[in-house]
Design a protein around this ligand. Structure first.
Ligand code: SF4
Length: 430
């Protein structure tokens, strides 16, 4: 947001007019939060739209909210706060819309064991979040002898009945997005990037076998304007075969419909004192130091507690063996970042089962943030008045101390410290 008086960032350090335009850092911060939230929400609304699901209220809100960020439109802090909160609520609608579109087209996810590593033969690796791209690719590669692999956030695709019926969807390869320069170099097949998080390949590595589609784009990589994957298939056939190199098996597919299917068992285990607490540890992963916190935290979760996870932050710990409690896995991978909707449905179902508000449940939420969808999800959780959430590894640079204080005072939002201290603190919470 630029000031029309001093032509610097409004209310920023470059202001030469003593804030005469009436803007200040806090309004700027709230507008930035709103913009980040809208970007995240746009991703969910876009995916839903591609599957034919639209919501006029979501679209209208996006127009109104963007309009609220133009120059000299509002100097009212309270109205900006209201808009940020409304963004959280509208993001819940967008995530619900996408969840219904996904399950309507691909069925309700079923907990599924997924192979990692590679199988002998030509291969295509699909990264990003777009299940429709994956579906169309699977249809076009059926019977060609090409194996299709999911990468990172595509992992939950293996749990959807319509997608898992394709026998050549053989496994999940690699970890979170920040490892892709190394992992894509090692994966000798073709690679399809459907959404973020895609990186620019290092020179002379895999640019000639990287394809982008939809919103993605990488200079030098072939871009597909439609879901005709002939070029990707041709490329995969021309490349050296991948080796037979099996890895560890991992579980995914604990969508809320799957967890609610075993709700009786979960409630009985809690009532019998066999499950003492739930930890939701998830969100976007990132490359900066400090994210080992999430591995360490997951490792410190006591044996009588269950971990719910989602998004690519789970690659910090999803290959560890957590065992189970009375047949209930101690690590439940709910899905992609948009499946935060499922996590909310699970929390609401638990609050109903135990006849108490969500904030009184034995549930601790620890989120990692990196990009805009994580901001939208955090706003949704705050809009639902969920308190005591921990976020990390650092506060977003666009949140001013004043705005952070408002969030801390109103929602008891906390920044992560260290895994040992935070775990002790969470276990003290009733
Ligand atoms: S969860 Fe976030 S960081 Fe991870 S791939 Fe998705 S958008 Fe990127």
């Amino acid at each position: 947001m630029f000031c029309n008086q001093c032509e610097q960032t409004a209310g920023g350090t470059g202001c030469t007019k003593s804030g005469v335009c009436g803007k200040n850092e806090d309004i700027q911060s709230l507008q930035d939060i709103l913009l980040y939230g809208l970007k995240g929400m746009a991703a969910y609304a876009y995916h839903a739209g591609e599957l034919g699901a639209k919501d006029g209220l979501v679209d209208a809100f996006m127009h109104e909210a963007l309009f609220k960020t133009v120059t000299n439109v509002s100097f009212d802090l309270g109205r900006h706060i209201d808009m940020v909160m409304k963004c959280g609520m509208m993001n819940l609608r967008a995530m619900e819309l996408l969840d219904k579109a996904h399950t309507g087209k691909f069925g309700n996810p079923i907990p599924t064991e997924v192979e990692t590593g590679t199988r002998k033969g030509p291969g295509i690796l699909v990264t990003g979040h777009d299940l429709l791209d994956l579906y169309e690719l699977l249809k076009q590669t059926e019977g060609t002898g090409i194996n299709v692999y999911t990468h990172s956030e595509m992992l939950p695709a293996h749990a959807y009945p319509v997608l898992r019926k394709f026998k050549h969807l053989v496994g999940n390869y690699g970890g979170a997005w920040q490892e892709q320069k190394k992992e894509f170099k090692e994966f000798t097949g073709a690679i399809l990037a459907t959404t973020n998080c895609v990186l620019i390949p290092p020179e002379n590595t895999y640019i000639d076998r990287l394809f982008t589609i939809g919103v993605t784009g990488v200079p030098g990589a072939a871009h597909l304007n439609t879901r005709d994957f002939s070029a990707v298939i041709q490329k995969a056939k021309s490349l050296p075969q991948l080796p037979e190199a099996p890895g560890k098996k991992i579980m995914t597919g604990f969508h809320h419909t799957a967890i609610l299917g075993i709700a009786d068992k979960v409630v009985a285990a809690v009532k019998a004192g066999k499950i003492k607490r739930f930890f939701l540890i998830g969100g976007c992963d990132g490359a900066k130091p400090g994210r080992n916190y999430y591995t360490e935290l997951a490792e410190r979760v006591p044996k009588d507690c269950v971990i719910l996870t989602l998004a690519c932050g789970k690659y910090r710990f999803n290959k560890l063996d957590f065992g189970n409690i009375d047949g209930i896995p101690r690590l439940l991978d709910i899905g992609q970042c948009n499946n935060a909707y499922s996590a909310i449905q699970v929390a609401l179902a638990l609050s109903k089962a135990f006849n108490c508000p969500v904030n009184s449940l034995p549930l601790s939420i620890v989120l990692s943030w990196f990009e805009q969808k994580a901001v939208a999800i955090l706003l949704t959780l705050l809009t639902l008045d969920i308190k005591g959430i921990r976020v990390g590894p650092t506060p977003p640079a666009f949140i001013t101390p004043n705005v952070l204080k408002v969030l801390q005072d109103k929602f008891d939002l906390k920044l992560i410290t260290n895994a040992e201290a935070d775990m002790k603190d969470m276990l003290k919470t009733p």
